[in-house]
Ligand binder design. Structure first.
Ligand SMILES: NC(=O)c1ccc[n+]([C@@H]2O[C@H](COP(=O)([O-])OP(=O)(O)OC[C@H]3O[C@@H](n4cnc5c(N)ncnc54)[C@H](OP(=O)(O)O)[C@@H]3O)[C@@H](O)[C@H]2O)c1
Length: 292
């Protein structure tokens, strides 16, 4: 297919390069900033750099890889300019948006496709290897476009997860909660270890967190360990006091996650409610007033 990319950003440049690698003809791309031009030169050398409406006109498959908030305006602009033709496929790469944002191009006769690569991109060739290893794509597509979408994802070396239109925000919330908040949690843990005088926090954490992630992906709640899972109220109280002394901002997220952890281990039958009572009292007391 003739592929056009609007937005040679981190995702657009890499998906374009991956499609070219799998035999599609990458005909044109939009790159305005110096960073996007550099990415296009490195990853999309065969593509002509053109204005958005010219890229749209040149492509059978048009990929819109722009910031989420820019997508609606871009789609409306392309439709208003008459840059979209019937039968063309217009895909975006946003996780939060589904097909609704593509309504103006669908009204012009194009097939809409929401194609979200569930990966974090750097916009460099290193991403191509991660793609080739086989990531999942959260895909929302009209029924008649599903076979095409499945083939496209397969060309990218990936696996399809069909996501219903109305479930798209929930799908994206789950990914952000897992990946983005995990990064915040790890950065916080490294900071608190530094506060504790640890010189190489990343070295201390790497095997511990690697095992926790691996075990949880395989075993779910059964992988949860630590004082909350054992109902060790005294240890959790000491944690809260230590955190409050050096980093009070870490107390509310610790409390929220400890409470959620307790709920999950109790629901999973790992901790009996009567054994959890002292721990839950510590958490409730700390939620109501500062730790002492
Ligand atoms: N980054 C990730 O890890 C990741 C993963 C999965 C999905 N996504 C999704 O993929 C999409 C693109 O993300 P990204 O990380 O690739 O963004 P990015 O690196 O910031 O690149 C955005 C691209 O969009 C262009 N652009 C910005 N505003 C525009 C507008 N109003 N009209 C037309 N083009 C515009 C930029 O062009 P210039 O630089 O030339 O100005 C740039 O090439 C988003 O929907 C995002 O949610 C991102």
């Amino acid at each position: 297919m003739k592929v056009g990319i609007i937005g040679a950003g981190r995702v657009g440049a890499v998906l374009g390069a991956a499609l070219a690698r799998s035999g599609h003809a990458l005909v044109a791309a939009v790159a305005v900033s110096a960073a996007s031009k550099a990415r296009a030169a490195a990853l999309l050398p065969e593509a002509r750099l053109l204005p958005a409406d010219h890229v749209a006109a040149a492509a059978d498959l048009l990929i819109l890889a722009v910031p989420d908030d820019a997508l609606g305006g871009l789609v409306a602009g392309l439709a208003d300019l008459g840059a979209i033709r019937p039968g063309q496929i217009v895909a975006h790469t946003s996780g939060a948006h589904g097909l609704a944002v593509l309504a103006p191009v669908a009204a012009a006769g194009a097939f809409p496709l929401a194609l979200h690569p569930a990966m974090t991109f750097t916009g460099t060739a290193a991403d191509l290897d991660r793609l080739a290893a086989g990531i999942s794509f959260g895909v929302t597509a009209p029924d008649e476009l599903r076979p095409f979408a499945a083939r496209l994802v397969s060309d990218l070396g990936g696996v399809v997860e069909w996501v219903e239109e109305q479930k798209r925000p929930l799908y994206h919330a789950a990914l952000a909660h897992g990946a983005n908040h995990l990064a915040t949690l790890v950065a916080e843990a490294m900071d608190r270890l530094r506060d504790a005088g640890v010189h190489q926090p990343e070295r201390v954490l790497a095997p511990l967190l690697g095992a926790a992630l691996d075990n949880t992906l395989r075993m779910g709640d059964a992988a949860i360990t630590g004082p909350v899972s054992r109902g060790d109220a005294g240890t959790v109280r000491k944690h809260l006091q230590a955190l409050d002394a050096v980093a009070p901002g870490s107390v509310p997220p610790y409390l929220a996650l400890a409470r959620r952890t307790a709920d999950r281990v109790i629901a999973a039958g790992r901790l009996r409610p009567q054994d959890a009572a002292p721990l839950l009292d510590v958490l409730s007391a700390s939620e109501k007033e500062p730790v002492t």
